[in-house]
Design a protein around this ligand. Structure first.
Ligand SMILES: [Zn+2]
Length: 319
């Protein structure tokens, strides 16, 4: 065997872009989303890719220190129109630092959410969910329509557990954050079927109710939508840190990059959730503290649909 054969041509930014477009076609992204190559010369070589949820100065510094040639991020750095990337601005500084370091940036966001396997499959795997199906399938005829695809996943837990137990379990199996996991609904409610959706999942509360799941885990849930959802008899809710619900997908992304493009990968465990401190009241029993449902009376553990407590709900306000 010859030892003087030419080495294979190096993987380029364009190769990574093409490889990721196979797995997460950009046409699958929501209309409002901005995905794909953000910056970087397509012909530049890529030996190492850093996988991150957020492109922030801290994760960029981590990627540069790791010798990455490219960053693949979940959240768009530039989602809305910009008229300047001056280095005196927060995002412009990041753009400059990346270009000067010759590090490319690529985003796979809602196109990775909807893919199968996608962001919520990695989240579902943390819970060992089986029999997975999408929580919110794409509209028929839309570019992302296809078997198994859609936002969020629904599956069966390996064994039923109470909401209180599932909340502690979620905090244990998800990446650690200051936020942790909080839950809404009867702590004694038994959960067998769980819906999960990585990132902000407010928009899919109705889908979770329609699916008839026992509980729905997502991030960024708010007072009024959550309260009204529960008052209407919807599934129990678990509200995890946004970053913690999407970080599991980075392992899958890195595995795809290694297997299909032969590049080295790093996965950022830097918690980019904005929340850094979480305290419970001194009277509470600690991280697992629970209280009764709104209205004061303990909700019987066997009652899957606590009576609505509509009289203490304020009119819905947005924002
Ligand atoms: Zn997100």
């Amino acid at each position: 065997m010859s030892t003087t054969a030419n080495p294979p041509p190096p993987t380029t930014v364009a190769d990574v872009v093409a490889g990721l477009a196979q797995r997460y076609p950009t046409a699958w992204a929501e209309d409002w989303d901005r995905v794909g190559l953000v910056l970087g010369e397509p012909t530049a070589g890529v030996r190492r890719v850093a996988c991150v949820v957020d492109v922030v100065p801290e994760t960029v510094a981590e990627a540069l220190a790791a010798g990455a040639d490219m960053i693949v991020a979940h959240h768009p750095l530039l989602l809305r129109g910009v008229s300047s990337v001056a280095p005196t601005t927060y995002k412009g500084r990041i753009v400059h630092d990346l270009i000067k370091a010759d590090v490319a940036l690529y985003v796979a966001h809602t196109n990775a959410d909807v893919a199968a396997p996608g962001v919520s499959d990695a989240l579902a795997a943390r819970f060992g969910l089986t029999g997975l199906r999408p929580l919110h399938p794409p509209a028929p005829g839309s570019p992302a329509a296809g078997a198994g695809r859609g936002i969020g996943r629904i599956g069966e837990l390996p064994r039923p557990m109470t909401l209180a137990e599932l909340t502690r379990h979620a905090a244990a199996v998800l990446p650690a954050t200051a936020w942790g996991v909080r839950a809404a609904g009867d702590p004694g409610r038994m959960v067998r079927t769980l819906a999960v959706s990585g990132g902000s999942g407010d928009a899919f509360l109705r889908a979770a109710t329609a699916a008839g799941v026992d509980a729905y885990l997502t991030a960024d849930l708010r007072h009024h939508p959550a309260g009204e959802h529960l008052a209407a008899g919807g599934p129990a809710l678990l509200d995890a840190a946004h970053w913690a619900t999407e970080r599991p997908w980075l392992d899958d992304l890195a595995a795809v990059l290694r297997a299909e493009l032969g590049v080295e990968t790093t996965v950022s465990d830097l918690d980019t959730d904005p929340w850094t401190v979480h305290a419970t009241a001194p009277t509470a029993a600690g991280p697992a503290a629970t209280r009764t449902a709104p209205g004061g009376a303990p909700t019987p553990a066997a009652d899957p649909d606590p009576a609505p407590a509509a009289d203490d709900k304020e009119p819905r306000r947005e924002g």
